[in-house]
Design a protein around this ligand. Structure first.
Ligand code: SDX
Length: 430
């Protein structure tokens, strides 16, 4: 990493800072000394111009629509690899050898069961609870069951916790779905792949054998790959900040799930499908495009826009292909939601408002149609995002914990509240 001197003059004071270059992407100005040298803070509430950390895991070029995991393009990983291989890559930094891959699959597969007490934990929720609420609770509760992998100073325990998180979130997610629909929990099976096992735990019932559809299982696996990690997004930053205090990884991932739930972030896939359903038919699209442009209307086109991508989200292209594959396999012709989505996309891609603001479809735009076709209710869409993103959160958490320069994250503020004033007894307040 190359370093160069930089300086900033603030009034009469000068701060001697340092410019640092990574292997790709924008350089950074290290402002660590700014406050000490000048007495001022930087101000960047949405972190649009702020690098919160150094990382080697994922690189995004928003202008070019590039997404690399440890240097490998997302389209190559999605088309040629599989999700557990991507998990290994994110966690260890290299693609596994054949032996490393089979060993990793063995270890993850044999951690997919959860403590039997967890099933009673679920019975405390209302049946109509949103599955994301159940996931926040159940993933956070893992730290109550797996004390032997919460010592974050122990590399072995960190890796055991990482494997447990990757292995158990699908089981907890499937249990949240089964509880939601009032069906019995289905135990994981060691003879199935990660995606096959997840579909089996969600859709198998005791009354008849569940037949795995390889095309749908492949699509599910690819959807997991597309959502695995995405640099320092809001939920990953939440996990890093929670982890910087030394909190255990299960609690940190629960915090990430809570953040992901928001409609501006992972909740957008549920919101996008609800939006397409509300639009209903192509002839109503202009009304919603007008609303999206209206400054007085809070409505936004869900599944469009991105803080980083000012070009087409590379995941959205693969998601669209996967959507067509799933609909074709299921014989779903002329899906009205897909017709509305494709028409909306074409209109938005040529509308000056969206072109000028560089608003393109993101990963959430087509995922909802695909997940609905796979049989999931909209309330499960963000849960699936959380299952996939768990490996990204954990890989980023591990990278932070293993950084020798890591300190607790503690931002400052621009204070604009009341200045010093004395307390007034209630009788004197008028
Ligand atoms: C994810 O960060 C990540 O990497 C996230 C993610 C990941 O993998 O972790 O990629 C996953 O969260 C994808 C994004 C899913 N969210 C949505 O689809 C919700 C709809 N999109 C927006 O709410 C919005 O685009 C954000 C939140 C995604 C990005 O917001 P920014 O970067 O803060 O942009 P902004 O809100 O400042 O908008 C810039 C302008 C504004 O207009 P002006 O005030 O400048 O006139 O663009 C407009 C916005 O009004 N705008 C939209 C819009 N998104 C932005 N107008 C209509 N519809 C939209 N979707």
């Amino acid at each position: 990493m190359t370093k160069r001197a930089a300086s900033i003059a603030v009034g009469e004071k000068n701060a001697s800072l340092e410019m640092r270059s990574g292997t790709m992407g924008p350089d950074v100005v290290d402002v660590t000394a700014l406050y000490k040298d000048t007495g001022v803070f930087t101000y960047d509430p949405g972190f649009s111009s702020t690098a919160s950390c150094e990382s080697k895991i994922t690189y995004i070029d928003g202008d070019e629509g590039v997404l690399l995991h440890r240097g490998y393009p997302i389209d190559q990983l999605a088309e040629q690899g599989d999700f557990l291989e991507t998990c290994y890559l994110l966690l260890y930094g290299e693609l596994p050898s054949a032996r490393e891959k089979s060993d990793f699959i063995y270890r993850v597969t044999r951690h997919t069961m959860v403590h039997e007490q967890m099933s009673r934990f679920y019975s405390g929720f209302r049946r109509d609870a949103h599955p994301m609420a159940v996931m926040v609770g159940s993933v956070g509760a893992l730290s109550a069951f797996y004390h032997d992998s919460t010592d974050i100073a122990d590399p072995h325990q960190r890796m055991v916790a990482s494997i447990r998180m990757v292995a158990k979130t699908p089981t907890l997610a499937a249990m949240a779905y089964k509880y939601h629909v009032g069906q019995p929990f289905v135990y994981p099976r060691n003879d199935l792949s990660y995606a096959e096992n997840f579909l089996h735990m969600c859709f198998a019932v005791p009354c008849e054998p569940y037949k795995i559809n390889p095309v749908l299982a492949r699509a599910m696996d690819r959807i997991f790959i597309l959502h695995a990690d995405h640099e320092q997004n809001a939920s990953t930053s939440t996990v890093r900040l929670a982890g910087s205090s030394g909190a255990n990884p299960f609690a940190c991932v629960a915090a990430g799930i809570a953040c992901l739930w928001g409609p501006a972030h992972g909740g957008a896939n549920e919101a996008a499908l609800n939006m397409l359903t509300e639009i209903g038919t192509k002839d109503r699209i202009p009304e919603y495009i007008a609303r999206a442009k209206d400054k007085n209307d809070p409505f936004r086109l869900m599944g469009f826009g991105h803080r980083v991508y000012k070009n087409y989200d590379p995941r959205a292209k693969i998601m669209q292909q996967t959507c067509h594959e799933v609909l074709d396999e299921l014989g779903i012709k002329d899906d009205p939601l897909l017709e509305v989505a494709m028409e909306l996309e074409q209109i938005a891609l040529h509308d000056p408002y969206f072109v000028e603001k560089k608003l393109y479809p993101n990963v959430d735009f087509y995922s909802g149609i695909t997940l609905k076709a796979l049989g999931f209710p909209t309330t499960m869409f963000t849960v699936l995002f959380a299952v996939a993103r768990t490996v990204g959160w954990i890989a980023q958490w591990k990278e932070m914990i293993e950084d020798p320069h890591q300190r607790i994250g503690r931002p400052r503020q621009l204070y604009t509240g009341a200045t010093l004033r004395d307390y007034k007894p209630v009788a004197a307040r008028g």
